[in-house]
Design a protein. Structure first.
Length: 110
């Protein structure tokens, strides 16, 4: 005995439910990527601001100076930016995340 065909509305509802199940993990992955990107942007911004701040700071006469300090100072300022963004930050990451989510929603609609 063959199964009775489902009404078109039930078929559509089942299809929409399947699509929602598929889209949910993708949406969660996308949110995680957006969080990471926003956090990285804030860290980069803060690192650049810290670099500018250190331009006015001279070498430590006792231990500083030389090419080694110049080379590693950029790495230090990058790490300062990452540490500040990982802490309370400045709110740049939060605003970037909002903007990226809005763009994503607009792309999904259109």
């Amino acid at each position: 005995m063959s199964a009775m065909p489902l009404p078109a509305s039930a078929d559509i509802a089942m299809h929409q439910a399947r699509q929602a199940q598929i889209a949910q993990p993708l949406h969660a992955k996308s949110d995680a990527k957006i969080d990471k990107s926003a956090q990285e942007f804030e860290a980069m911004f803060l690192g650049e601001m810290t670099t500018i701040m250190f331009e006015g700071v001279g070498d430590d006469p006792m231990f500083g100076g030389g090419n080694g300090e110049k080379m590693f100072r950029s790495l230090l300022t990058q790490e300062y930016g990452k540490a500040m963004a990982a802490g309370t930050g400045t709110g740049i990451a939060t605003e970037m995340k909002k903007m990226m989510l809005q763009i994503q929603e607009q792309q999904q609609k259109g």
